[in-house]
Ligand binder design. Structure first.
Ligand SMILES: [Zn+2]
Length: 280
């Protein structure tokens, strides 16, 4: 189509932030830091390369995802441990915080709950910022690598995509079939993954993660959580995923229990206050 005469003027209109977040409940990071000092490690789960594992973190506990042995990206799912219909809502988290998460930001849950599930309390990659390509780490723009897209684009039957890894882990943890477990798997927080959108074509891109052994992302569990983490078959996602060609490394999840007295004054967030009458 031919551009209208005022095309340049229309493009020059300044953007408006969709969700000004000055009124978002602010996490008490000073309290979390004080509470963290009292915490002791109570559990750890090793996630094997090209596989996934489940873990649990109770409200008030911390969990840490660490890279070791080599650069590795992880795909994280979270659920309310008592009600799997309440799960991480990647799209709304993106709308509230932006495309990539870091310290002080939160993983929000699905409707009708829409409450913080976990707050990021430490991020050793927070120095990275946004690079010259528009890339950054820990995104909520990707979905999770999956065998259906591979089949659509390449006719493949690959079984160790994050989607399948998470499905097997949930099935094993809940003692249900793969078919029963699969609908619980949802869009992830891409831990350590470096991604963005190309400026010229707007396409989703990935590049080698800046993560190195010893780096970690740590969370405060706001509600009782079931988590599942997949060590992506893309490894550091520098070249490709959905195949066995990339170098892959394990990931470590550790859970820390703070001193209960240090948590006095903190309350687990309630479900969203909307009355759900929807105009009727
Ligand atoms: Zn993946």
């Amino acid at each position: 189509m031919q551009e209208p005469a005022d095309a340049a003027a229309r493009r020059a209109v300044e953007p408006v932030i969709c969700y000004p977040n000055e009124t978002l409940p602010v996490p008490d990071m000073v309290l979390y830091a004080a509470v963290r000092k009292t915490a002791k490690k109570i559990d750890e789960v090793l996630v094997a390369p090209r596989d996934a594992a489940c873990f649990r973190a109770a409200a008030g506990q911390f969990f840490r995802i660490s890279s070791f042995e080599g650069p590795q990206v992880g795909d994280l799912n979270l659920w309310n441990a008592h009600d799997l219909s309440e799960r991480f809502y990647s799209g709304k988290t993106r709308a509230l915080h932006g495309t990539h998460l870091t310290t002080g930001q939160r993983m929000w849950s699905s409707f009708p709950h829409l409450r913080p599930m976990a707050t990021i309390t430490a991020d050793t990659l927070d120095w990275y910022g946004i690079d010259a390509f528009g890339g950054s780490v820990h995104d909520v723009i990707g979905t999770r690598c999956d065998p259906y897209t591979g089949n659509l684009l390449a006719g493949s039957q690959y079984h160790h995509c994050c989607h399948s890894n998470l499905t097997r882990a949930v099935a094993d943890d809940l003692g249900v079939s793969l078919q029963q477990a699969e609908p619980h798997v949802h869009d992830v927080l891409n831990v350590f993954m470096c991604t963005g959108f190309t400026r010229d074509t707007g396409q989703y891109f990935m590049k080698a993660s800046p993560v190195r052994p010893g780096d970690y992302l740590e969370f405060f569990a706001e509600i009782d959580l079931l988590g599942a983490l997949s060590a992506c078959p893309g490894g550091d996602c520098s070249a490709e995923h959905s195949s066995d060609s990339a170098a892959c490394y394990p990931l470590l999840v550790e859970v820390f229990q703070p001193d209960v007295a240090a948590l006095s004054g903190w309350v687990s967030p309630s479900p969203n206050g909307y009355d759900r009458s929807h105009g009727r």
